[in-house]
Design a protein. Structure first.
Length: 295
């Protein structure tokens, strides 16, 4: 199966709309309670919003309920990944997108629940949650470095080679020769990139991805000067050449990325376990002492 771009389907636009609406809702709630959240903790009981926005208040408990529900729903990705349950509902990539969405907004609603004041055992859960979220961003980045098809499954070496040949064939059809492709490779990757240490390689990948627009411009300039490509094809050829170089880079670092994934799991999972355990204790104690939220 060839490496292809994920089409912008109706599901993509629905997902984008949900993210925007959730972000707008969070910003509105943040600014609505801004005066309360910025008031010194000892003075908050004198404010009119205290009964609603404190952690045990009506809105404070609602934020905690929403944030906790999001954090629990994050586990559906692991359920989909490790079992046959939910197997026919969306692709693994879609479940990962949901996992990331919940991992971003869940902690934000938990932050509103705490009214920006964390202490005691809850502080351990909160900072574990922050560690889970931050490490999750790194995990998502590493996930994207492994060549995959549109369903999110890792490509075999034969499929990767087919994709690479497809890129080469398309670029040759546009007028590039082997010398042009070799020159583009030198522009796209530093020399002996695959021989670098793991951390240096990771930072190099991050820097290259941030500088991707500059890389496209550099390749376009090379194509205008050196190649016999047809006029007006520079942008498309440069974009295709960058995709080819990204695939080549991912193949070169595939083994190290898998190694990083192993260490990432060692860090990510314990923080997640601590977070869920303390969250369960916190919710259990809150219910036992009578702090419940009525719909």
């Amino acid at each position: 199966m060839m490496l292809t771009e994920v089409p912008r389907s109706g599901l993509h636009w629905v997902r984008t709309l949900i993210i925007l609406l959730t972000l707008i809702t969070f910003i509105y709630l943040l600014f609505d309670g801004f005066s309360y959240y910025t008031t010194p903790y000892s003075e908050r009981p004198h404010l009119a919003d205290y009964r609603e926005l404190r952690p045990a208040g009506s809105r404070g408990l609602a934020y905690g309920f929403i944030g906790s529900a999001m954090m629990i729903l994050m586990l559906t990705y692991s359920l989909r990944k490790r079992t046959r349950l939910l197997g026919k509902l969306f692709t693994l990539r879609n479940w990962l997108d949901l996992h990331i969405y919940l991992g971003i907004f869940g902690p934000l609603f938990i932050l509103l629940h705490t009214s920006f004041k964390v202490q005691g055992l809850v502080a351990v859960a909160f900072w574990s949650m922050v560690a889970v979220a931050l490490s999750g961003y790194l995990g998502r980045y590493l996930y994207l470095q492994i060549p995959r098809n549109i369903e999110g499954n890792e490509l075999t070496l034969a499929e990767i080679e087919d994709s690479r040949e497809d890129f080469n064939r398309s670029l040759r059809t546009m007028g590039l020769n082997d010398a042009d492709l070799a020159a583009i490779d030198r522009l796209s990757l530093p020399e002996n990139f695959e021989q670098q240490g793991t951390l240096r390689m990771l930072f190099g990948m991050l820097a290259a991805d941030v500088a991707r627009p500059l890389q496209v411009k550099r390749i376009e300039r090379h194509l205008r000067i050196q190649s016999g490509i047809a006029l007006g094809e520079y942008h498309r050829a440069a974009a295709l050449a960058v995709k080819r170089s990204v695939l080549r880079r991912r193949v070169l670092v595939l083994e190290k990325v898998h190694e990083l994934f192993h260490y990432w799991h060692v860090i990510h999972k314990p923080f997640a376990l601590i977070m869920y355990l303390i969250m369960a204790v916190h919710i259990g104690v809150a219910i036992w002492t009578g702090y419940t939220w009525i719909f």
